[in-house]
Design a protein around this ligand. Structure first.
Ligand SMILES: *[C@@H]1O[C@H](CO)[C@@H](O)[C@H](O)[C@H]1NC(C)=O
Ligand SMILES: *[C@@H]1O[C@H](CO)[C@@H](O)[C@H](O)[C@H]1NC(C)=O
Length: 496
Protein backbone atom coordinates (compact mmCIF):
# COMPACT_ATOMS: atom_id res chain seq x y z
CA UNK A 1 0.00 0.00 0.00
CA UNK A 2 1.14 3.51 -0.80
CA UNK A 3 2.49 5.19 2.34
CA UNK A 4 0.65 8.42 1.50
CA UNK A 5 -2.73 6.62 1.40
CA UNK A 6 -1.90 4.90 4.69
CA UNK A 7 -1.13 8.24 6.33
CA UNK A 8 -4.41 9.72 5.01
CA UNK A 9 -6.43 6.75 6.30
CA UNK A 10 -4.74 7.08 9.69
CA UNK A 11 -5.54 10.79 9.70
CA UNK A 12 -9.24 10.02 9.15
CA UNK A 13 -9.15 7.37 11.86
CA UNK A 14 -7.56 9.85 14.30
CA UNK A 15 -10.09 12.57 13.55
CA UNK A 16 -13.01 10.15 13.97
CA UNK A 17 -11.70 9.23 17.43
CA UNK A 18 -11.33 12.78 18.66
CA UNK A 19 -12.50 11.93 22.19
CA UNK A 20 -10.16 8.97 22.58
CA UNK A 21 -6.69 7.97 21.43
CA UNK A 22 -5.53 4.70 19.95
CA UNK A 23 -2.60 3.56 22.10
CA UNK A 24 -0.91 1.98 19.10
CA UNK A 25 -0.70 5.06 16.86
CA UNK A 26 2.59 6.87 17.61
CA UNK A 27 1.84 10.35 18.95
CA UNK A 28 4.15 13.29 19.64
CA UNK A 29 4.87 13.63 23.35
CA UNK A 30 4.31 9.96 24.14
CA UNK A 31 7.10 7.78 25.45
CA UNK A 32 7.18 4.37 23.79
CA UNK A 33 8.95 1.04 23.74
CA UNK A 34 9.73 -0.59 20.39
CA UNK A 35 9.72 -4.39 20.15
CA UNK A 36 11.31 -6.21 17.24
CA UNK A 37 8.62 -8.72 16.19
CA UNK A 38 10.91 -11.75 16.12
CA UNK A 39 9.79 -15.06 14.67
CA UNK A 40 10.48 -17.06 17.84
CA UNK A 41 8.41 -16.02 20.86
CA UNK A 42 9.65 -14.68 24.19
CA UNK A 43 11.40 -16.15 26.20
CA UNK A 44 13.04 -18.51 23.65
CA UNK A 45 14.06 -15.33 21.79
CA UNK A 46 14.41 -12.83 24.67
CA UNK A 47 16.27 -9.95 22.93
CA UNK A 48 13.46 -7.90 21.39
CA UNK A 49 13.42 -4.32 22.73
CA UNK A 50 15.23 -1.44 21.06
CA UNK A 51 17.81 -0.35 23.61
CA UNK A 52 20.68 2.09 24.29
CA UNK A 53 23.01 0.51 26.86
CA UNK A 54 23.89 2.76 29.81
CA UNK A 55 26.03 4.55 30.73
CA UNK A 56 27.67 5.23 27.34
CA UNK A 57 24.36 5.42 25.49
CA UNK A 58 26.21 5.46 22.16
CA UNK A 59 24.85 2.39 20.38
CA UNK A 60 21.46 0.81 19.62
CA UNK A 61 20.72 -2.89 20.03
CA UNK A 62 17.99 -5.25 21.25
CA UNK A 63 17.61 -5.97 24.98
CA UNK A 64 15.64 -8.67 26.80
CA UNK A 65 13.23 -6.40 28.64
CA UNK A 66 11.57 -3.01 28.37
CA UNK A 67 12.57 -0.44 31.00
CA UNK A 68 14.50 2.78 31.58
CA UNK A 69 17.14 2.14 28.86
CA UNK A 70 14.53 1.17 26.28
CA UNK A 71 12.12 4.10 26.29
CA UNK A 72 11.99 6.78 23.61
CA UNK A 73 10.00 10.01 23.66
CA UNK A 74 8.51 10.95 20.28
CA UNK A 75 9.27 14.54 19.26
CA UNK A 76 7.57 16.03 16.23
CA UNK A 77 9.76 17.05 13.29
CA UNK A 78 8.87 20.59 12.13
CA UNK A 79 7.23 20.50 8.69
CA UNK A 80 7.34 16.70 8.40
CA UNK A 81 4.41 14.42 7.52
CA UNK A 82 2.40 12.70 10.27
CA UNK A 83 4.14 9.72 11.91
CA UNK A 84 7.63 11.22 11.39
CA UNK A 85 9.46 11.79 14.69
CA UNK A 86 12.76 12.23 16.46
CA UNK A 87 13.17 9.42 19.02
CA UNK A 88 14.76 10.86 22.15
CA UNK A 89 16.20 8.36 24.63
CA UNK A 90 15.96 8.90 28.39
CA UNK A 91 19.79 9.35 28.39
CA UNK A 92 19.26 12.52 26.32
CA UNK A 93 20.61 11.17 22.98
CA UNK A 94 18.61 10.60 19.80
CA UNK A 95 18.20 7.41 17.74
CA UNK A 96 20.31 8.02 14.65
CA UNK A 97 21.86 6.68 11.43
CA UNK A 98 24.73 7.71 9.12
CA UNK A 99 24.06 9.91 6.08
CA UNK A 100 26.27 7.98 3.61
CA UNK A 101 24.30 5.23 1.84
CA UNK A 102 27.06 2.61 2.30
CA UNK A 103 26.94 2.71 6.14
CA UNK A 104 24.10 0.77 7.75
CA UNK A 105 24.36 0.91 11.52
CA UNK A 106 21.66 2.41 13.74
CA UNK A 107 23.21 4.30 16.64
CA UNK A 108 22.74 7.27 18.97
CA UNK A 109 23.57 10.98 18.47
CA UNK A 110 23.52 14.01 20.80
CA UNK A 111 21.37 16.23 18.55
CA UNK A 112 18.19 15.96 16.48
CA UNK A 113 18.59 16.68 12.76
CA UNK A 114 18.09 15.17 9.32
CA UNK A 115 19.75 11.83 10.23
CA UNK A 116 17.59 11.38 13.32
CA UNK A 117 14.20 11.52 11.52
CA UNK A 118 12.21 8.29 11.50
CA UNK A 119 8.85 7.61 9.82
CA UNK A 120 6.45 4.91 11.09
CA UNK A 121 4.76 3.12 8.17
CA UNK A 122 1.92 0.70 9.09
CA UNK A 123 2.79 -2.83 7.94
CA UNK A 124 -0.77 -3.59 6.86
CA UNK A 125 -0.78 -6.79 8.96
CA UNK A 126 -3.82 -5.62 10.93
CA UNK A 127 -2.00 -6.44 14.16
CA UNK A 128 -2.04 -3.62 16.73
CA UNK A 129 0.98 -1.33 16.75
CA UNK A 130 2.99 -2.94 13.92
CA UNK A 131 5.11 -0.61 11.79
CA UNK A 132 8.09 -0.53 9.49
CA UNK A 133 10.43 2.24 10.62
CA UNK A 134 12.06 4.25 7.82
CA UNK A 135 15.26 6.28 8.19
CA UNK A 136 13.53 9.30 6.67
CA UNK A 137 16.65 11.47 6.31
CA UNK A 138 18.14 8.95 3.88
CA UNK A 139 14.95 7.55 2.39
CA UNK A 140 16.57 7.79 -1.07
CA UNK A 141 19.31 5.31 -0.01
CA UNK A 142 18.42 1.67 -0.73
CA UNK A 143 19.12 0.67 2.89
CA UNK A 144 16.58 2.62 4.96
CA UNK A 145 14.41 0.15 6.96
CA UNK A 146 15.33 -0.38 10.61
CA UNK A 147 16.08 -4.08 10.92
CA UNK A 148 17.15 -6.90 13.28
CA UNK A 149 18.87 -10.21 12.46
CA UNK A 150 17.01 -13.50 11.86
CA UNK A 151 19.21 -15.59 14.22
CA UNK A 152 18.26 -14.86 17.79
CA UNK A 153 20.88 -14.62 20.50
CA UNK A 154 20.04 -16.06 23.89
CA UNK A 155 22.94 -14.54 25.83
CA UNK A 156 23.83 -11.14 24.34
CA UNK A 157 22.03 -8.19 22.78
CA UNK A 158 21.34 -8.41 19.03
CA UNK A 159 22.36 -5.68 16.59
CA UNK A 160 20.03 -3.22 14.92
CA UNK A 161 20.85 -1.83 11.48
CA UNK A 162 19.29 -0.64 8.20
CA UNK A 163 18.11 -3.01 5.48
CA UNK A 164 16.97 -2.55 1.85
CA UNK A 165 13.56 -4.24 2.09
CA UNK A 166 10.62 -4.27 4.50
CA UNK A 167 9.59 -7.71 5.77
CA UNK A 168 9.29 -9.74 8.99
CA UNK A 169 12.75 -8.67 10.30
CA UNK A 170 11.84 -5.03 9.78
CA UNK A 171 8.52 -5.25 11.68
CA UNK A 172 8.39 -3.31 14.98
CA UNK A 173 5.69 -3.07 17.59
CA UNK A 174 4.90 0.16 19.46
CA UNK A 175 3.89 0.22 23.15
CA UNK A 176 3.15 3.40 25.07
CA UNK A 177 5.41 3.57 28.14
CA UNK A 178 3.88 6.82 29.38
CA UNK A 179 1.55 9.51 28.14
CA UNK A 180 -0.33 12.48 29.64
CA UNK A 181 -2.80 10.29 31.52
CA UNK A 182 -6.26 11.66 32.33
CA UNK A 183 -8.21 10.76 35.46
CA UNK A 184 -9.86 7.33 35.32
CA UNK A 185 -13.38 6.93 36.75
CA UNK A 186 -14.53 4.32 39.24
CA UNK A 187 -18.18 3.19 39.06
CA UNK A 188 -17.91 1.69 42.56
CA UNK A 189 -17.26 3.28 45.96
CA UNK A 190 -14.48 1.33 47.66
CA UNK A 191 -12.42 -1.76 46.91
CA UNK A 192 -13.52 -4.48 44.52
CA UNK A 193 -11.09 -7.02 43.08
CA UNK A 194 -11.87 -9.60 40.36
CA UNK A 195 -14.93 -7.52 39.47
CA UNK A 196 -17.72 -9.09 37.36
CA UNK A 197 -20.72 -7.36 35.75
CA UNK A 198 -23.79 -8.85 34.09
CA UNK A 199 -27.18 -7.57 32.87
CA UNK A 200 -30.64 -8.54 34.11
CA UNK A 201 -32.72 -10.65 31.67
CA UNK A 202 -34.36 -7.61 30.03
CA UNK A 203 -31.30 -5.37 30.54
CA UNK A 204 -33.18 -2.94 32.80
CA UNK A 205 -30.52 -3.43 35.49
CA UNK A 206 -26.84 -4.24 35.68
CA UNK A 207 -25.31 -6.24 38.51
CA UNK A 208 -21.77 -6.24 39.84
CA UNK A 209 -19.94 -8.59 42.19
CA UNK A 210 -16.50 -8.59 43.82
CA UNK A 211 -14.14 -11.27 45.09
CA UNK A 212 -14.10 -12.47 48.71
CA UNK A 213 -16.33 -13.43 51.66
CA UNK A 214 -20.05 -13.65 50.87
CA UNK A 215 -19.48 -11.89 47.50
CA UNK A 216 -20.35 -8.16 47.46
CA UNK A 217 -23.41 -7.44 45.30
CA UNK A 218 -24.15 -4.06 43.68
CA UNK A 219 -26.65 -2.75 41.11
CA UNK A 220 -26.95 0.09 38.57
CA UNK A 221 -29.62 1.16 36.07
CA UNK A 222 -27.28 1.37 33.09
CA UNK A 223 -23.71 0.97 31.88
CA UNK A 224 -21.93 4.16 30.82
CA UNK A 225 -18.77 6.07 31.64
CA UNK A 226 -20.70 7.81 34.45
CA UNK A 227 -22.45 4.74 35.90
CA UNK A 228 -22.50 4.49 39.70
CA UNK A 229 -23.24 1.11 41.29
CA UNK A 230 -25.09 0.99 44.62
CA UNK A 231 -24.15 -1.50 47.30
CA UNK A 232 -26.97 -4.01 48.07
CA UNK A 233 -25.16 -6.40 50.40
CA UNK A 234 -23.86 -9.79 49.32
CA UNK A 235 -24.87 -12.51 46.90
CA UNK A 236 -24.52 -15.61 49.06
CA UNK A 237 -27.13 -16.79 51.57
CA UNK A 238 -28.21 -20.15 52.97
CA UNK A 239 -25.80 -22.73 54.40
CA UNK A 240 -22.64 -23.37 52.37
CA UNK A 241 -21.51 -27.02 52.21
CA UNK A 242 -17.93 -28.04 52.99
CA UNK A 243 -16.41 -27.08 49.61
CA UNK A 244 -17.69 -23.50 49.97
CA UNK A 245 -17.36 -22.93 53.71
CA UNK A 246 -13.89 -21.42 54.01
CA UNK A 247 -14.87 -17.90 52.89
CA UNK A 248 -11.63 -17.45 50.94
CA UNK A 249 -13.90 -17.25 47.88
CA UNK A 250 -12.36 -15.83 44.73
CA UNK A 251 -13.46 -14.43 41.39
CA UNK A 252 -17.22 -15.13 41.37
CA UNK A 253 -19.11 -14.86 38.10
CA UNK A 254 -22.84 -15.23 37.55
CA UNK A 255 -24.71 -16.64 34.56
CA UNK A 256 -28.33 -15.69 33.88
CA UNK A 257 -30.29 -18.55 32.29
CA UNK A 258 -31.71 -17.05 29.05
CA UNK A 259 -35.16 -18.65 29.20
CA UNK A 260 -35.72 -18.58 32.98
CA UNK A 261 -35.63 -14.96 34.25
CA UNK A 262 -35.65 -16.00 37.91
CA UNK A 263 -32.82 -18.51 37.66
CA UNK A 264 -29.17 -17.63 37.71
CA UNK A 265 -26.10 -19.53 38.79
CA UNK A 266 -22.91 -18.22 40.34
CA UNK A 267 -19.62 -20.06 39.82
CA UNK A 268 -16.93 -19.39 42.42
CA UNK A 269 -13.73 -20.93 43.79
CA UNK A 270 -13.19 -21.46 47.51
CA UNK A 271 -10.15 -22.61 49.48
CA UNK A 272 -9.97 -26.36 50.33
CA UNK A 273 -8.21 -28.05 53.24
CA UNK A 274 -5.33 -29.20 50.98
CA UNK A 275 -4.49 -25.57 50.13
CA UNK A 276 -5.96 -25.63 46.62
CA UNK A 277 -8.91 -23.62 45.38
CA UNK A 278 -11.77 -25.52 43.68
CA UNK A 279 -14.74 -24.28 41.66
CA UNK A 280 -18.38 -25.04 42.48
CA UNK A 281 -21.73 -23.35 41.81
CA UNK A 282 -24.64 -21.73 43.66
CA UNK A 283 -28.17 -21.17 42.26
CA UNK A 284 -30.71 -18.43 42.83
CA UNK A 285 -34.33 -19.27 41.94
CA UNK A 286 -35.73 -15.85 42.85
CA UNK A 287 -33.86 -13.52 40.55
CA UNK A 288 -30.96 -11.27 41.53
CA UNK A 289 -30.98 -9.81 45.03
CA UNK A 290 -29.06 -9.81 48.29
CA UNK A 291 -28.55 -13.34 49.63
CA UNK A 292 -30.61 -14.84 46.80
CA UNK A 293 -27.94 -17.41 45.87
CA UNK A 294 -28.63 -20.19 48.38
CA UNK A 295 -28.63 -23.54 46.53
CA UNK A 296 -25.09 -24.88 46.52
CA UNK A 297 -23.65 -27.70 44.44
CA UNK A 298 -23.05 -30.65 46.78
CA UNK A 299 -19.35 -30.69 45.91
CA UNK A 300 -16.88 -28.78 43.78
CA UNK A 301 -16.48 -29.67 40.09
CA UNK A 302 -13.77 -32.09 39.00
CA UNK A 303 -11.87 -29.97 36.47
CA UNK A 304 -8.13 -29.87 35.65
CA UNK A 305 -6.30 -33.09 36.61
CA UNK A 306 -3.57 -32.59 39.23
CA UNK A 307 -3.09 -31.04 42.66
CA UNK A 308 -2.85 -27.37 41.57
CA UNK A 309 -6.59 -26.67 41.81
CA UNK A 310 -8.82 -24.40 39.72
CA UNK A 311 -9.84 -20.74 40.02
CA UNK A 312 -11.38 -17.86 38.04
CA UNK A 313 -14.46 -19.52 36.47
CA UNK A 314 -16.39 -17.90 33.61
CA UNK A 315 -19.53 -19.19 31.87
CA UNK A 316 -19.78 -18.44 28.15
CA UNK A 317 -22.89 -18.87 25.97
CA UNK A 318 -21.81 -19.51 22.37
CA UNK A 319 -24.36 -17.62 20.24
CA UNK A 320 -23.53 -19.74 17.18
CA UNK A 321 -24.67 -22.99 18.87
CA UNK A 322 -26.38 -21.97 22.14
CA UNK A 323 -24.00 -24.32 23.92
CA UNK A 324 -22.53 -23.15 27.24
CA UNK A 325 -18.95 -23.59 28.41
CA UNK A 326 -17.03 -23.20 31.63
CA UNK A 327 -13.72 -21.41 31.10
CA UNK A 328 -11.22 -21.23 33.96
CA UNK A 329 -7.57 -21.17 35.04
CA UNK A 330 -5.75 -24.07 36.64
CA UNK A 331 -3.75 -22.64 39.56
CA UNK A 332 -0.43 -23.88 38.13
CA UNK A 333 1.66 -21.01 39.52
CA UNK A 334 0.61 -22.02 43.06
CA UNK A 335 2.67 -25.21 42.76
CA UNK A 336 5.67 -23.60 41.02
CA UNK A 337 4.86 -24.33 37.36
CA UNK A 338 6.49 -21.85 34.91
CA UNK A 339 3.42 -21.39 32.69
CA UNK A 340 -0.28 -21.34 33.51
CA UNK A 341 -3.19 -22.79 31.54
CA UNK A 342 -6.71 -21.65 30.59
CA UNK A 343 -9.25 -24.46 30.12
CA UNK A 344 -12.72 -24.96 28.64
CA UNK A 345 -15.38 -27.63 29.05
CA UNK A 346 -18.94 -27.75 27.74
CA UNK A 347 -21.67 -27.56 30.39
CA UNK A 348 -25.37 -28.33 30.28
CA UNK A 349 -26.94 -25.84 32.69
CA UNK A 350 -30.25 -27.21 33.99
CA UNK A 351 -32.67 -25.31 36.21
CA UNK A 352 -31.11 -26.69 39.38
CA UNK A 353 -27.85 -28.43 38.50
CA UNK A 354 -25.03 -28.50 35.97
CA UNK A 355 -23.79 -31.46 33.92
CA UNK A 356 -20.27 -31.50 32.52
CA UNK A 357 -19.91 -32.76 28.91
CA UNK A 358 -16.72 -34.42 27.63
CA UNK A 359 -13.39 -33.69 29.28
CA UNK A 360 -11.67 -30.40 30.19
CA UNK A 361 -9.35 -29.11 27.47
CA UNK A 362 -6.52 -26.57 27.63
CA UNK A 363 -7.39 -23.79 25.19
CA UNK A 364 -4.43 -21.47 25.85
CA UNK A 365 -1.36 -21.22 28.05
CA UNK A 366 0.80 -18.27 29.06
CA UNK A 367 3.82 -18.92 26.80
CA UNK A 368 5.12 -16.03 24.72
CA UNK A 369 3.67 -13.21 26.84
CA UNK A 370 6.77 -11.15 27.76
CA UNK A 371 4.67 -8.69 29.76
CA UNK A 372 2.97 -11.39 31.90
CA UNK A 373 5.90 -12.35 34.16
CA UNK A 374 4.78 -14.77 36.89
CA UNK A 375 5.90 -15.55 40.44
CA UNK A 376 8.17 -18.50 39.56
CA UNK A 377 11.27 -16.81 38.18
CA UNK A 378 12.16 -14.25 35.56
CA UNK A 379 11.04 -16.43 32.62
CA UNK A 380 7.78 -17.65 34.16
CA UNK A 381 4.49 -16.37 32.79
CA UNK A 382 1.06 -16.24 34.37
CA UNK A 383 -2.43 -15.79 32.90
CA UNK A 384 -5.71 -15.77 34.82
CA UNK A 385 -9.20 -14.25 35.03
CA UNK A 386 -10.46 -15.41 31.58
CA UNK A 387 -13.57 -14.05 29.89
CA UNK A 388 -14.89 -14.92 26.43
CA UNK A 389 -16.67 -12.73 23.86
CA UNK A 390 -17.93 -13.83 20.44
CA UNK A 391 -17.89 -11.22 17.69
CA UNK A 392 -17.76 -11.30 13.87
CA UNK A 393 -16.66 -14.92 13.58
CA UNK A 394 -14.03 -14.79 16.33
CA UNK A 395 -13.94 -16.09 19.88
CA UNK A 396 -12.01 -13.49 21.89
CA UNK A 397 -10.35 -14.85 25.01
CA UNK A 398 -9.60 -11.94 27.33
CA UNK A 399 -7.37 -12.59 30.31
CA UNK A 400 -5.15 -10.98 32.92
CA UNK A 401 -1.38 -11.56 32.89
CA UNK A 402 1.46 -11.00 35.36
CA UNK A 403 1.60 -10.60 39.15
CA UNK A 404 -1.70 -9.22 40.37
CA UNK A 405 -0.29 -6.59 42.74
CA UNK A 406 2.58 -5.59 40.47
CA UNK A 407 3.08 -2.67 38.11
CA UNK A 408 3.11 -4.89 35.00
CA UNK A 409 -0.14 -6.80 35.60
CA UNK A 410 -2.32 -6.16 32.57
CA UNK A 411 -5.16 -7.44 30.42
CA UNK A 412 -4.42 -9.41 27.26
CA UNK A 413 -6.41 -10.80 24.34
CA UNK A 414 -6.29 -13.84 22.07
CA UNK A 415 -8.65 -14.97 19.30
CA UNK A 416 -9.71 -18.15 17.55
CA UNK A 417 -12.33 -19.24 15.03
CA UNK A 418 -13.23 -22.29 17.14
CA UNK A 419 -14.07 -22.25 20.85
CA UNK A 420 -11.37 -24.80 21.68
CA UNK A 421 -8.72 -22.91 19.68
CA UNK A 422 -6.03 -22.65 18.56
CA UNK A 423 -5.87 -19.13 20.04
CA UNK A 424 -3.69 -16.48 18.43
CA UNK A 425 -2.38 -14.08 21.10
CA UNK A 426 -2.45 -10.35 20.46
CA UNK A 427 1.21 -9.20 20.46
CA UNK A 428 0.51 -6.26 22.74
CA UNK A 429 -1.49 -6.19 25.96
CA UNK A 430 -5.00 -4.74 25.58
CA UNK A 431 -4.61 -2.65 28.75
CA UNK A 432 -1.61 -2.02 30.99
CA UNK A 433 -0.43 0.60 33.47
CA UNK A 434 0.78 3.36 31.09
CA UNK A 435 -2.62 3.72 29.40
CA UNK A 436 -4.91 2.98 32.36
CA UNK A 437 -5.14 6.59 33.60
CA UNK A 438 -4.69 8.21 36.99
CA UNK A 439 -6.62 8.10 40.25
CA UNK A 440 -6.42 11.03 42.70
CA UNK A 441 -3.40 12.23 40.72
CA UNK A 442 -1.48 8.93 40.90
CA UNK A 443 -0.73 6.65 37.93
CA UNK A 444 -2.85 3.49 38.06
CA UNK A 445 -0.94 0.21 38.28
CA UNK A 446 -1.73 -3.38 37.47
CA UNK A 447 -5.03 -3.03 35.58
CA UNK A 448 -6.38 -6.55 34.99
CA UNK A 449 -8.87 -9.34 35.70
CA UNK A 450 -11.47 -7.22 33.93
CA UNK A 451 -15.13 -7.79 33.15
CA UNK A 452 -16.67 -6.96 29.76
CA UNK A 453 -20.31 -5.92 29.37
CA UNK A 454 -22.44 -4.34 26.62
CA UNK A 455 -24.69 -1.37 27.26
CA UNK A 456 -28.25 -1.51 25.87
CA UNK A 457 -27.05 -0.04 22.54
CA UNK A 458 -24.36 -2.70 22.15
CA UNK A 459 -21.31 -0.60 23.07
CA UNK A 460 -18.77 -2.83 24.82
CA UNK A 461 -17.44 -1.57 28.17
CA UNK A 462 -14.55 -2.84 30.27
CA UNK A 463 -14.53 -2.58 34.07
CA UNK A 464 -11.07 -3.32 35.42
CA UNK A 465 -9.54 -3.42 38.89
CA UNK A 466 -6.33 -1.41 39.33
CA UNK A 467 -4.44 0.13 42.24
CA UNK A 468 -2.04 2.98 43.02
CA UNK A 469 0.39 1.30 45.43
CA UNK A 470 2.05 -2.13 44.99
CA UNK A 471 2.40 -2.57 48.78
CA UNK A 472 -1.20 -1.72 49.66
CA UNK A 473 -2.66 -3.30 46.50
CA UNK A 474 -6.07 -1.86 47.28
CA UNK A 475 -7.86 -2.70 44.03
CA UNK A 476 -10.61 -0.39 42.80
CA UNK A 477 -12.62 -0.93 39.61
CA UNK A 478 -12.44 1.62 36.77
CA UNK A 479 -14.57 1.85 33.62
CA UNK A 480 -13.69 2.42 29.95
CA UNK A 481 -14.80 1.57 26.42
CA UNK A 482 -13.55 -1.05 23.98
CA UNK A 483 -13.79 -0.87 20.20
CA UNK A 484 -12.48 -3.26 17.56
CA UNK A 485 -9.98 -2.54 14.78
CA UNK A 486 -9.19 -5.30 12.27
CA UNK A 487 -10.84 -7.84 14.59
CA UNK A 488 -8.64 -6.97 17.56
CA UNK A 489 -9.94 -5.16 20.64
CA UNK A 490 -8.62 -1.70 21.59
CA UNK A 491 -8.98 0.18 24.84
CA UNK A 492 -10.15 3.74 24.17
CA UNK A 493 -7.56 5.80 26.00
CA UNK A 494 -9.81 8.54 27.40
CA UNK A 495 -8.09 11.82 26.61
CA UNK A 496 -9.72 14.45 28.77
C1 LIG B 1 -39.47 -14.73 40.72
O1 LIG B 1 -38.94 -14.32 41.96
C2 LIG B 1 -39.71 -13.33 42.62
C3 LIG B 1 -38.99 -12.95 43.90
O2 LIG B 1 -37.74 -12.44 43.63
C4 LIG B 1 -41.13 -13.87 42.91
O3 LIG B 1 -41.92 -12.85 43.44
C5 LIG B 1 -41.73 -14.39 41.62
O4 LIG B 1 -42.96 -15.04 41.91
C6 LIG B 1 -40.82 -15.38 40.93
N1 LIG B 1 -41.38 -15.79 39.64
C7 LIG B 1 -41.40 -17.05 39.24
C8 LIG B 1 -41.99 -17.31 37.90
O5 LIG B 1 -40.96 -17.95 39.92
C1 LIG C 1 -30.40 -19.74 20.59
O1 LIG C 1 -31.50 -19.55 21.48
C2 LIG C 1 -32.26 -18.38 21.21
C3 LIG C 1 -33.28 -18.21 22.30
O2 LIG C 1 -33.86 -19.41 22.68
C4 LIG C 1 -32.87 -18.49 19.82
O3 LIG C 1 -33.58 -17.32 19.51
C5 LIG C 1 -31.75 -18.69 18.80
O4 LIG C 1 -32.29 -18.89 17.51
C6 LIG C 1 -30.87 -19.87 19.18
N1 LIG C 1 -29.72 -19.92 18.27
C7 LIG C 1 -29.26 -21.07 17.76
C8 LIG C 1 -28.07 -20.95 16.89
O5 LIG C 1 -29.77 -22.16 17.99
Amino acid sequence: MNAFIVVCVLGLLLSSLAAAADPFIPTSGWTIYLEGVRAAPWPSCPYRFLSYPAPACNEANLWDGAGIDQDFTLESVPGATALTFYLKASCGQYLSYPGPCDQHEVNMWPYAGINQEFTFVPTGSGNPGEYFIVAQGRASCPYHYMSFPVPCSTDAPDLVNLWYAAGPEQTWRVYPASYPAPAARSPVAGSCADVFTWPSPNQDKYYLSCTGGDIAFQTADDISESTVFANKGSQLGGSPPAWCSNGNRWAPETYQLPNAPNISVMVVADLQSDGSHRIGYVYSHKGAGPQHWTEYSPNYLTLSPGTQGDIDPHIFLDPTTNKTYLIWKSDDNRIGIQTTRIWAQELIIHNDHIDQVGTPQVIMDSTGLWWATGFNGEWSTLVEGPEMIYRDGYYFLLFAGGQYCGWNYGEGAARATSIFGPYEKMGTPLLWAPIAGTYQGTQLRGPGHATFVNDRAGQLFIIFPAHTDDDQCNRLPFIGKIHFVNNWPRFDVPFG
